[in-house]
Design a binder for this molecule. Structure first.
Ligand code: GRF
Length: 213
């Protein structure tokens, strides 16, 4: 079945973070600059220690801390998160350096997005997060890597791919240099994908995403 999303309004977003919040900061900068037609209505963190919470505070965005340890099951943990999203009445949920696995409710099917620092399906799945991804790319000797924006299903780093940006792996690359150059691509890829969604230019057919220009 083809699902077509037509929108001309600003997208309202929940952004989920676990770490430094570079991704949240980048999205807020694009919104501020007018290159992303969206509003972050709520930021949900998996820990009160997430450094990225500072950006939500600076922008006066409501914050919720929802910790996995406070829930017996992944289902009840996920329900608490999506309840916050419902209360904030968001269109989409943006995983932004978020490391917990969620159970996506049917009502959020193809409404949750993630960005991963490799070309999925390479170097993705359980255990592949942060610098572990770049370490694995270097250890394998891959010559190309990059980032992937995708809709999220109930598996780590799986779901229909929206867009990918690739870079060459250079002879003298190390984890830090790869992290930096891949993140430069992420800075472009995530706002671009979300903007396409805002413009109603994303169509999902099964596992295939069609993005019109
Ligand atoms: C990036 O590697 C991104 O691909 C992944 O989380 C990292 C960014 O986290 N999803 P943060 O925004 O710096 O916290």
């Amino acid at each position: 079945m083809a699902i077509q999303q037509f929108r001309s309004k600003k997208l309202s977003l929940a952004v989920l973070i676990s770490g430094t919040g570079r991704t949240l900061k980048n999205l807020l900068e694009h919104i501020e600059a007018g290159t992303l037609s969206a509003e972050v209505r709520v930021v949900i963190a998996s820990t009160p220690h997430a450094k990225g919470l500072q950006y939500a505070e600076q922008a006066s965005i409501p914050i919720h801390i929802v910790e996995r340890q406070d829930y017996e099951t992944r289902e009840s943990f996920s329900e608490a998160i999506f309840r916050c999203c419902d209360e904030a009445d968001v269109d989409n949920v943006i995983l932004a350096g978020y490391i917990k696995l969620l159970e996506i409710p049917a009502s959020y099917h193809n409404r949750v997005l993630n960005i991963h620092p490799s070309l999925i399906p390479a170097f993705s799945g359980k255990g592949y997060y942060g610098d572990h991804v770049h370490e694995a790319v270097l250890r394998y000797g891959a010559k190309v890597t990059g980032c992937t924006v995708h809709f999220v299903n109930n598996e780590y780093d799986r779901g229909p791919v929206i867009l990918q940006r690739a870079i060459d792996v250079l002879e003298d690359d190390d984890v830090a240099s790869l992290n930096q150059r891949v993140f430069e691509q992420e800075r472009l890829a995530y706002p671009e994908a979300i903007q396409r969604l805002a413009e109603g230019k994303i169509k999902v057919e099964g596992n295939i995403v069609r993005v019109s220009q």
